[in-house]
Design a protein around this ligand. Structure first.
Ligand code: ADP
Ligand code: MG
Length: 450
């Protein structure tokens, strides 16, 4: 029972703090049970426990409460012996072979989905993709380091894993180490505390390829930066390939020493631009192919992927999450994936990514569309040629804005909210039974949202 509670808290936490932090800090915790108002855990070290308490304690307690567990305190027991560098390894890592006498690599597991063949290439990312491929396929080191940067969710981590996979596939003896800058820092501090910095240096200098993700994390962390600098130089001198990612260009990283910045800039820097519509659609099509192979009885209406690609422009992670959620809902409710289901299940995502549309703007566009004057729409004439567009305008105001029915009524020439309800119902009826009008409304909607 309490174990189940923790499982729920954990999975909720994963969504909130992100995959990397989850792997680094939550997975290694062993849940021991609940004692009165405290949840007990075993942690790999005192430092680790303090870090978890400081960074995630509040969140963990809140989540326990949300799940009905009245937890006031987190108690950590420390098991220093149990902490080994390879603690995060899982099955996929067995491919990263270790040679005799060489220390184990403390990297994170590579995600089997993050390979080159699963990366959809478009205008905004093809430079980054080509550079990554080149680094992975060539035996000689042509640019060092490769520095990838972009906003969140645009594929940096995916490309780095893909590089690592490709190198290991080509040569299983290569020592390839992928980790986040946060993990790098943690390992380093851990080594300082256990007075084993020699071992730490030895590990990091024994690799053939080093990939450090999200290097912006070490901003402001001086001793970690020093150690990073030494590691970096030692590897470059041995002509070992380094690949770095960050959320911005080196020149824009504040709080990182100049000598490191100039090192970071000494290789090839490529950025991934925000996605465009074609790329988003391509990504959705490829993800849908995978999903529908796993759920062969799911049916998707035409136009759904196009709608998502048009409406969700924030980042690929959100796009992917939207499709996953949609598939889960369709599967659970045994329904077809239609635009209707999209609106039902993704209203939160769609709301954020929608541009702000006002009622007045809808009235203006509706009038234009039907060759009417604005005063026709807001006026009192009831001929079909005017009343129908007026109803469509009300319907679109209801579905495209968050305004209340009385507010919509007021904007449409001071009409009562019951008139608006009637209009919305009427149009919903038409949408179901009159494909031509449905298409007309869809066209108008697109013009309003364009
Ligand atoms: P970043 O590290 O830049 O924040 P990620 O590499 O974690 O972004 O990408 C977020 C999600 O989007 C991942 O699931 C990744 O597979 C997916 N993704 C991003 N770009 C692409 C792409 N071009 N093709 C396929 N999937 C992509
Ligand atoms: Mg990333």
């Amino acid at each position: 029972m309490s174990a189940e509670l923790w499982l729920n808290v954990r999975s909720e936490l994963q969504g909130r703090i992100g995959q990397d932090s989850y792997r680094n800090w939550i997975e290694p915790l062993e849940f021991q049970g609940i004692d009165g108002q405290s949840a007990r855990f075993q942690a790999p070290s005192r430092f680790f426990a303090n870090w978890v308490e400081k960074s995630y304690g509040q969140e963990i307690r809140t989540l326990f409460w949300e799940q009905g567990g009245k937890i006031m305190r987190l108690d950590f027991e420390v098991n220093e012996q149990g902490f080994k560098l390879e603690e995060h390894k899982d099955a996929d890592d067995s491919r990263i072979k270790t040679r005799e006498n060489l220390p184990e690599l403390p990297g994170s597991a590579l995600d089997p989905r993050f390979r080159f063949d699963k990366f959809v290439v478009g205008k905004s990312n093809n430079l980054a993709y080509n550079a990554a491929k080149r680094v992975a396929e060539e035996d000689t080191v042509s640019f060092n380091p490769l520095f990838l940067y972009s906003g969140v969710g645009l594929g940096k981590t995916h490309l780095m894993h893909a590089i690592a996979w490709e190198i290991i596939d080509r040569n299983p003896d290569k020592r390839v180490l992928f980790l986040s800058a946060e993990q790098f820092m943690y390992r380093f501090i851990q080594a300082l505390r256990s007075k084993s910095t020699y071992g730490f240096k030895e590990v990091f200098r024994s690799v053939d390829v080093l990939l450090v993700d999200d290097v912006q994390f070490i901003a402001g962390k001086e001793s970690t930066q020093d150690e990073f600098f030494y590691t970096f130089n030692a590897l470059i001198e041995q002509n070992k390939q380094i690949i770095i990612s960050a959320d911005r260009a080196p020149g824009d990283l504040d709080g990182i020493e100049n000598r490191i910045l100039s090192r970071l800039q000494s290789g090839l820097m490529v950025d991934i631009h925000p996605t465009d519509y074609e790329l988003r659609l391509g990504i959705l099509q490829s993800k849908w192919e995978i999903q529908s192979a796993n759920h062969p009885n799911l049916v998707m209406e035409d136009g759904v992927l196009e709608f998502l690609a048009r409406r969700i422009s924030s980042n690929v992670r959100v796009l992917e999450g939207a499709l996953t959620r949609l598939v889960a809902f369709a599967d659970l409710s045994a329904r077809e994936i239609s635009l209707e289901l999209v609106h039902e299940t993704l209203s939160d995502i769609l709301r954020v990514s929608r541009k702000k549309v006002t009622i007045d703007y809808i009235i203006k566009k509706t009038a234009e569309f039907y060759n009417l004057r604005i005063s026709d729409i807001t006026g009192s004439r009831r001929t079909q040629a005017i009343a129908r567009p007026r109803q469509i305008g009300m319907y679109l105001s209801k579905t495209l804005t968050s305004k209340s029915l009385p507010e919509i009524g007021r904007n449409f020439g001071g009409r009562d909210h019951t008139t608006v309800i009637h209009a919305v119902k009427k149009i919903e009826e038409l949408l179901k039974h009159d494909p031509q009008t449905a298409e007309e409304i869809e066209t108008l909607r697109r013009q309003i949202e364009a």
